[in-house]
Design a protein around this ligand. Sequence first.
Ligand code: FAD
Length: 548
Amino acid sequence: MSTQSRHPGEPAWDYIVVGAGSAGCVIASRLSENPDHSVLLIESGPDIRRYPSTRIPIGYARTFYDEEVNWKFFTEPESGLNGRNSYWPRGRVLGGSGSINAMVFCRGQQRDYDEWEALGADGWGWSDVLEYFKKIECVPFSGNPLRGNRGPITITTTEKAAHNLNQYFLDGCGELGFAVNPDYNADTREGVGYYQTNINRGFRVSSYTAYLDKARKRKNLTILTNADVLRLTFEGKRCTGVLYRHNDSLRYSGVSREVVLSAGAIGSPVILQRSGVGPANYLRSLGIDIMEDLPQVGWNLQDHLGISYYYQGKIKTLNDQFNSVLGRMQAGLAYFSMRRGPVSTSINQSGGFVRSSPKRDYPNIQLYLQALSYLDSPPGTRPMVKLDRFSGFSIGTSQCRPTSRGRVFITSGDLSVPPVIKPNYLSTQHDLDESLESVRLIRQIASTESMRSVIECEIRPGESLQNDDELLEDYRNRSDTVFHPSCTCRIGKKPNDSVVNPRLLVHGLDNVRVIDASVFPVLPSGNINATAIMVGEKGSDLLLADAC
Ligand SMILES: Cc1cc2nc3c(=O)[nH]c(=O)nc-3n(C[C@H](O)[C@H](O)[C@H](O)COP(=O)(O)OP(=O)(O)OC[C@H]3O[C@@H](n4cnc5c(N)ncnc54)[C@H](O)[C@@H]3O)c2cc1C
């Protein structure tokens, strides 16, 4: 076995960070600000500089299925989805999922974080995390004091680049009494509007571009790409290093201070389980030596599940533009000459957070308008490249706070065996009720005067489906992940109901932290990348404070 170390003869790094994703890039960057810290960042995927599709917003269509930068997981057949397997793209490249996501920027609701604290995540209430949300962002369009204006992640709105269908959608929402919220990341999430995105001058901003890219020239930071971490090594309860596969051989790097797992909601619990940290009886049955019996590792998996209703438009949509040579040329010209137009922005251009019924006491569902459709794309292809030939568009919805809980677990200690993913979607009455309410609300929006002026007909599921049973059956047949798996190493006080303590240290171990979306105690409302980056910033502060 060969040893990767900072300099020949030096056995250990001060810190090893596993996973260069949304959180990991922040941590490696913050740790290496101090030139006295030697930091090794290990990433399974390749260097991002070879993949321009991760920088141009419309490159989302390409990276969605690109196995060079994407783990391309599948869940087990889900009974809640009538036995379907859900396709789960996850970023496998510097920047992680933040390099392939749809770039909608959302902080979650204040009440989500207050619930984190109530569940035992001391120091993670809204008033605590707000300063970190402000720290990460630079929001030039909002003078609201709750927003940050000096952080590395530049946020812009889609408004200038948005297709005009979005305005019909917002007007339709207005007819139903859903007010426009000019800054849904400030005082309240409630309302509708143009989405905020981490896009600046026509390019994706991620924690790779905003943090790691600037840090990578530091001499005390080494970034190792195409290296898959197998497991951690221990002496007693102290982690001594990391075993990983690189260039077809198994290698070892030693650590003197701490190992940080930032491998995401799938990767982090899987590495812990392979290291013997997890449900002891189960891991023993796989022949894995137990380091710490922690039954919750991989449990408590949460995700947003969503569905889209598709319409044939009376006006031209992005389908028409991208299906015509002239339209593509215009889009390309607008992008390359001015960084404008549909190539420069997210596919999710407007939406918001609303109540699916008056009886709900907080905005419990999220809405998305996409001015395009890709119904005819067979699964496994790149859907947006093959847009439908008609003027299609969709209104999508997902629950903010589903109560279904799943799990992620290994079936072997072998690196080449993918984990089993069981989200357990739609397994609670609460989730079924809200899902039904949300699709009924889509129908209401589509029936407004504003939307009727642009809708020819509903294509899918189609107006023949009307009663609750039919709509729920359609939900089970067509709903899918909104790509927000999290909570598999949740923060809490006790080892029997959580994995890390509020300082993000794994219960029972001396020097291993998890810092990524897996530590969320519950899934925040809306898109979660901003929360993962916030966790990276706050986690770095905790790590550095404990190092003093
Ligand atoms: C298609 C898609 C669309 C999305 N759209 C949005 C959106 O519009 N807005 C939003 O807010 N969120 C969105 N998300 C979700 C968001 O991007 C993620 O929740 C967030 O990036 C998670 O951050 P993380 O740091 O926890 O994990 P990740 O960013 O996934 O990082 C984990 C990193 O660890 C690496 N890794 C894993 N295992 C190992 C191992 N064994 N060895 C070495 N390295 C390893 C991975 O390769 C990866 O780089 C989307 C996600 C996807 C996939």
